[in-house]
Ligand binder design. Structure first.
Ligand code: PLP
Length: 392
């Protein structure tokens, strides 16, 4: 087929390739430890599931407004006020089929052909592809261990050109786990306000912070008008399959996102919207239990990695660790992709190559797995590295 130029610019999701191979190996009877996953290994809390059943029983099974039901938007406004100190009206909120959908629609609504979008790397795999699909140009701002994988205000300012339209901020970050402290966000905000650059703030991991505070960049002076806050229920409430995310931002942008949904997906699933309403307004205890467990696992994996000589700045958020592996590269293992492939083939441990996130010297390990799996996975990784060393 003669596919469009736009679609030929984007690559398949690199994370899916590894999971497909891991599934194949598992089907063939191998005991695969999956440390590649991007979702909590907890079940959706019962109260949320129950409300979905009630929604079905009561007949909430028809079209809703394309950008979501009013009660859910109201609950999102209350959440943003209560937890992020941000005041939005329901007209400033659009509910979509997952945060990924919200991000795409926001970019699609904002970008003209060749508008530049600043993306700090390592980045979440979908940002550059969604920018390209929307006609924009991703401009990558590389960050390193030295700055805790966080972009500096100087770096941001230097990268801004007359064509810069949007800066994508992801704190806590997938894949590095970096969380921007308030003092740094304030400085980034100052640059964005002075230069009039919009900010897409992806806050889907906001609850997954360990001993630090999550602050929304929209809360700084002058930023609310420039920022779209994107969040959802996928990670916070272990609801990745339910597909509910949302964007909160200036009214005209949200109206544009709603128009896009009017003519593309229509509403996110009516039943999931009722489940998300319960998630946001019901008991929040499951979050605390999940976060406590994740903190324990993070500490365990970090310790094991350090014992193996794999180092990285302590990830204060999300559920990923992003150690440097380039010191183990040999003539046989020359990059993060071959490293991950071999680790999977030899030791049946699935991880994601740093290349997928714009950094070929690293490896992403997800600790959304049981302690037993993590212990096993770390032991196998240690053995794998030991076998690599003779060539090194
Ligand atoms: N943003 C980041 C940084 C993510 O890691 C993910 C999922 O992995 C998403 C957004 C998408 O979340 P959702 O399931 O709500 O579409």
């Amino acid at each position: 087929m003669r596919l469009s130029k736009r679609v030929s610019l984007i690559s398949p999701s690199p994370t899916l390739g590894i999971s497909a191979r891991a599934r194949e190996l598992r089907a063939a009877g191998r005991d695969v430890i999956d440390l590649g996953v991007g979702e909590p290994d907890f079940d959706t809390p019962e109260n949320i599931k129950e409300k979905a059943k009630v929604a079905i029983a009561r007949g909430f099974t028809k079209y809703t407004p394309a950008s979501g039901i009013r009660e859910l938007k109201q609950a999102i406004c209350e959440k943003l006020k209560r937890e992020n100190d941000l005041s939005y009206s329901v007209e400033e909120v659009a509910v979509s089929c997952g945060a990924k959908h919200s991000i795409f629609n926001v970019l699609f609504a904002l970008l003209e052909e060749n508008d530049e979008v600043l993306i700090p790397s390592p980045y979440w795999v979908s940002y550059p592809e969604m920018v390209k699909l929307s006609g924009g140009v991703p401009v990558i701002l590389p960050t390193e261990e030295r700055t805790g994988f966080r972009v500096t205000p100087e770096q941001l300012e230097e990268a801004i050109t007359p064509r810069t339209k949007v800066f994508i901020l992801n704190s806590p970050c997938n894949p590095t786990g970096a969380v921007y402290p308030k003092s740094e966000l304030e400085k980034l905000a100052e640059v964005l306000v002075r230069k009039g650059v919009y900010c897409l703030s992806d806050e889907v991991y906001e609850k997954f912070v360990y001993g630090v505070e999550h602050v929304s960049i929209a809360s700084f002076p002058g930023m609310k008008e420039l920022t779209v806050v994107v969040n959802g229920v996928s990670k916070t409430y272990a609801m990745t399959g339910w597909r509910i995310g949302y964007a909160a931002g200036p009214k005209d942008l949200i109206a544009a996102v709603s128009r896009i949904q009017d003519h593309t997906t229509s509403n996110p699933t009516s039943i999931s919207q009722h489940a998300a309403l319960e998630a946001l307004t019901g008991p929040q205890t499951s979050i605390h239990q999940m976060v406590e467990e994740f903190r324990r696992r993070r500490d365990l994996v970090l310790k094991r990695l350090e014992e193996m000589g794999l180092r990285c700045p302590r990830p204060d958020g999300a559920f990923y660790i992003f150690p440097r592996i380039s010191q183990f590269f040999t003539s046989e293992v020359g990059n993060s992709t071959t490293f991950c492939q071999l680790l999977l083939e030899r030791e049946s441990v699935a991880t994601v190559p740093g290349a997928a996130f714009g950094s070929d010297d690293h490896l992403r390990i997800s600790y959304a797995a049981s302690v037993e799996s993590l212990e096993k996975g770390m032991e196998r990784l240690r053995r794998f590295l030991g076998d690599l060393k003779p060539n090194y």
